[in-house]
Design a protein around this ligand. Structure first.
Ligand code: MTE
Length: 322
């Protein structure tokens, strides 16, 4: 893959800019019902049948947004929802951000299974009902910074990745976690257009990064089930790293002793290294990372080290050289 020319589409027109809208806080379901903190029960019935949210399938589990966790950036202005769900990077469908949403129609996201395995004592297969009802759901407002120097502020619904990892019981020799996106070329038209890419899309974290309380498994956005273009039915969100680490539509989580290869690092390790922490002092080889463009307003603002999460995650990187 060393000869592949990587052309992320940062040159695309910004046609999706719309004014700020108000985010409507969704109701709390599980907490009120007293289910929060319960153990994983594979096959638990869907809980919020009484009030299914947009995005739930008629037969599948009802989506549960949880309640807003006030510890996570409660005062940040949320990006406009229509921009967050209409300006997407999902190369399996298209490299044109505003086209992704139009091309996801055939993509089946229900039923869905995540295979958790590798160096762990409790490998498991998790269906959507397990993810939605078997883990304590909450909403978190996170900054989101793409390597292409644009940013958003997004309310995600889901649960901390550490909850899932703890249940899998990684073995002492596990040092990394590898994530894989589903590979369905027949439903994902972008794959055939880029046959030289090392599909499926893969990403990875060090185990201590994955266990950090900020690392989040998202099943929803803006209080609704994830739209397909945002990585339905389940994706990762790692808010202190560039957005490409936040892998979409995950089907495999594997504990490894060696650093796993990732799609972007395989394509271009100099531009997209494994760690990929947001750092305004480390320019991308072809552009500065000192500032970022707020996608829905067009405003340019300074980029913060670790995307503003340094007080929380900075200790993971004691050897930062800059
Ligand atoms: N995951 C997969 N499987 N395929 C992708 O192309 N793009 C990444 C990341 N996860 C990508 C992916 C990049 S570059 C970014 S910036 C974010 O998803 C974009 O997430 P969003 O569309 O929800 O804003």
């Amino acid at each position: 893959m060393a000869h592949v020319i990587v052309r992320p589409p940062w040159h695309l027109p910004e046609s999706a800019i719309t004014p700020e809208s108000v985010y409507h806080r969704r109701r709390e379901f599980l907490r009120a019902l007293g289910f929060v903190g319960g153990g994983l029960a594979v096959g638990l019935p869907a809980l919020s049948q009484a009030a299914p949210q947009a995005g739930s399938s008629p037969k599948g589990p009802a989506f549960n947004p949880g309640s807003r966790n006030p510890e996570h950036n409660p005062t940040l202005r949320l990006s406009d929802e229509s921009v967050a769900i209409g300006y997407n990077n999902y190369y399996e469908f298209s490299t044109t951000k505003t086209r992704v949403r139009e091309l996801v129609g055939k993509f089946r996201t229900d039923p869905w299974t995540i295979d958790v395995g590798g160096l762990c004592e409790k490998p498991m297969k998790l269906g959507l009902p397990d993810l939605l009802a078997g883990f304590p759901q909450e909403e978190r407002v996170y900054r989101f910074r793409c390597v292409e120097a644009w940013s958003m502020v997004v309310p995600w619904n889901g649960f901390p990745l550490a909850e899932l990892i703890t249940r899998a019981k990684p073995k002492p020799e596990a040092r990394f976690v590898a994530f894989t996106t589903v590979l369905r070329p027949e439903e994902m038209p972008g794959i055939a257009r880029m046959p030289d890419y090392p599909w499926p899309y893969t990403e990875g974290l060090r185990l201590d990064e994955a266990m950090h309380p900020l690392s989040f498994v998202a099943t929803g956005i803006y209080g609704k089930a994830l739209p397909k273009q945002n990585g339905a039915p389940v994706r990762l969100v790692v808010p202190w790293k560039y957005g490409y680490k936040s892998i979409k539509s995950i089907v495999r989580i594997e504990f490894t002793s060696k650093q796993p290869s990732t799609l972007w690092e395989t394509l271009n390790p100099r531009e997209y290294p494994f760690e990929s922490n947001v750092d305004p002092q480390v320019p991308h080889p072809r552009w500065s990372q000192a500032t970022e463009r707020v996608v829905d307003t067009g405003e340019r603002i300074p980029t913060l080290y670790l995307n503003g999460y340094a007080p929380l995650v900075g200790k993971l990187y004691p050897n930062r050289k800059v």
